[in-house]
Design a protein around this ligand. Structure first.
Ligand code: NAD
Length: 489
């Protein structure tokens, strides 16, 4: 089951990491981190406050004065070394992920590799940051652009991918020549601190990467990161509500922003789809991490002609899930992160049932396993009036909506205020183009339920935010394009 508390191979630190040193919070306060599967204490971490955060920002600002002038090649080597260490230590990183997040160990290993891949990708981007030579309209002038790092970055990430959400930001930030202060999620600080340990071993210069941890002082730390004039950029991944607050706070010093916010992904299966492929895609998209991913299918729309067949096959697959502790042999699905998440899922199920939805499987908490477990759930005959149609459930509940026409389903899909990912299954080439263009989302999966890849731009539209992570675009979020005009030639 869970690793031993003091296993040194785990890269487990409970101090925060500032200016290349492990430090307790100035106040000496700590907070508890618990295993979401059992509720058992994993350990305590530094409860950082505004002063700790300011000292991390000062360290990052000092480090920036020299790090900004390193060559792309030098930064590439550092990121590559960090990547190699993540690969070497991926089992231990995965242990920490499963322990504090709850996801099955196999999934945690997948996350550790996926997370490392952002360092590899951006180590390759760092030396290839080109500017332009622009033909001037004024005779005798020469115009060109160069890319410069934006400066100190405040990075705030969620618990659902404790490693990957951090590397997806830190990779491009360092590749661009920025220095960072990360506020780790209160639920999963150990993975973040393990990454800092590996940064240290990789020789990342002191002050370039700083990690502060907090639970009770989250809002206070967030306020410092979004208002301190030394921070030039804030990149946030999390809920839309918190994103709006951070954006408001950041306006006082007009910071550059990236907002990776909540989703409510439509998943559409047309009559002409390969049904087996669509079922497999829907299972992967809906239930990965027990439904706690921002790109999770939240509304599964199935065309009338294949509705019953899809429902039968989908439900059969869900019956085969094995819910349990992430370290237990054979576990396919773990717990939710905390009791608030369980309550939201339960409320969505009750709401759907009260509005005519038919529960086919699941629908209950699993107290025998632990307080944060909820049965994988399938509800048929869902309707747009249900809370599950308009809110992100962030849990293991699949709501299956019947539809008849393409226009009707695209209208329903686009009714959401958010627009992160959208999926559809079809073998009609014309429809493939039409629907991909019509969906109001930042990312479309066609005939696949898995779309995340370091090489592809990740991000949303509407209230899912703005900015792109990964891909050739990711580094630009951490750069300024400076224009230079040289006259009088
Ligand atoms: P959350 O917004 O509550 O928390 C996210 C992070 O923000 C955590 O580190 C949290 O401690 C911090 N935070 C909360 N209040 C803050 C404040 N006032 N100031 C500063 N920091 C604050 O979200 P969550 O419940 O932890 O995560 C789930 C949400 O994240 C979902 O909505 C999901 O869709 C979204 N998400 C989006 C993406 C994406 O790439 N678009 C990826 C993963 C998760």
């Amino acid at each position: 089951m869970a690793p031993k508390l003091k296993d040194p191979s785990l890269l487990k630190h409970d101090a925060c990491y500032i200016n290349g040193e492990w430090k307790p919070a100035r106040s000496g306060k700590t907070f508890e981190v618990n295993d979401p599967s059992t509720g058992d204490l994993i350990g305590t971490c530094a409860e950082c406050d505004a002063e700790d955060t300011k000292s991390a920002i000062r360290a990052a600002a000092d480090a920036f004065t020299s790090f900004r002038s390193t060559t792309g090649r030098e930064r590439a080597k550092l990121l590559r070394k960090w990547y190699d260490l993540m690969v070497e230590n991926s089992e231990d990183i995965a242990k920490l992920i499963t322990w504090e997040n709850g996801k099955p160990f196999a999934d945690a290993k997948g996350e550790a590799t996926y997370a490392a891949n952002f360092f590899e990708w951006f180590s390759e981007e760092a030396p290839r940051s080109y500017g332009d030579t622009i033909p001037a309209t004024v005779p005798g002038n020469r115009v060109w652009t160069i890319k410069e790092p934006v400066g100190v970055c405040g990075l705030i990430t969620p618990w659902n991918f404790p490693a990957a959400m951090i590397t997806r930001k830190v990779g491009p930030a360092l590749a661009a020549g920025c220095t960072v202060v990360c506020k780790a999620p209160g639920e999963t600080p150990y993975t973040a601190l393990a990454l800092a340990e590996l940064a240290h071993r990789a020789g990342i210069p002191k002050g370039v990467v700083n990690i502060v941890t907090t639970l009770a002082n989250t809002a206070e730390v967030g306020e410092v990161l979004t208002t301190d004039p030394a921070v030039k950029k804030v990149s946030f991944t999390g809920s839309t509500g918190v994103g709006k607050l951070l954006m408001k706070q950041s306006s006082s010093t007009l910071k550059k922003l990236s907002m990776e916010l909540g989703g409510n992904a439509p998943f559409i299966v047309f009559d002409d789809a390969d049904i087996d492929l669509a079922v497999a895609g829907a299972i992967a998209s809906k239930f990965r991490s027990s439904g706690q991913t921002c790109v999770c299918a939240n509304r599964i729309y199935v065309q009338a002609g294949i509705y019953d067949e899809f429902v039968r096959s989908f439900t059969e697959k869900v019956t085969a899930f094995k819910v349990g502790h992430g370290f237990a042999e054979g576990t396919t699905h773990g717990p939710l992160i905390h009791d608030r998440a369980v309550s939201k899922v339960e409320a969505h199920v009750k709401d759907a049932q009260s509005k005519g939805g038919k529960l086919l499987i699941g629908g209950q908490k699993m107290p025998d396993l632990g307080a944060n477990f909820f049965q994988p759930t399938v509800i048929r005959d869902a309707t747009p009036e249900m809370a599950i149609a308009t809110e992100e459930t962030f849990g293991p509940v699949a709501a299956l909506f019947p539809f008849t026409t393409e226009k009707e389903v695209v209208d329903m899909a686009n009714r959401a205020e958010v627009g992160l990912a959208g999926y559809f299954f079809s073998r009609d080439l014309q429809r493939v183009h039409r629907v991909a263009e019509a969906l109001e989302v930042g990312m479309v999966g066609i005939n696949t339920g898995i779309i995340s890849d370091p090489a592809s731009p990740f991000g949303g539209v509407k209230e899912s935010g703005f900015g792109r992570e990964g891909s050739k675009y990711g580094i630009g979020e951490y750069q300024i394009t400076k224009m230079i005009t040289y006259g009088g030639m």
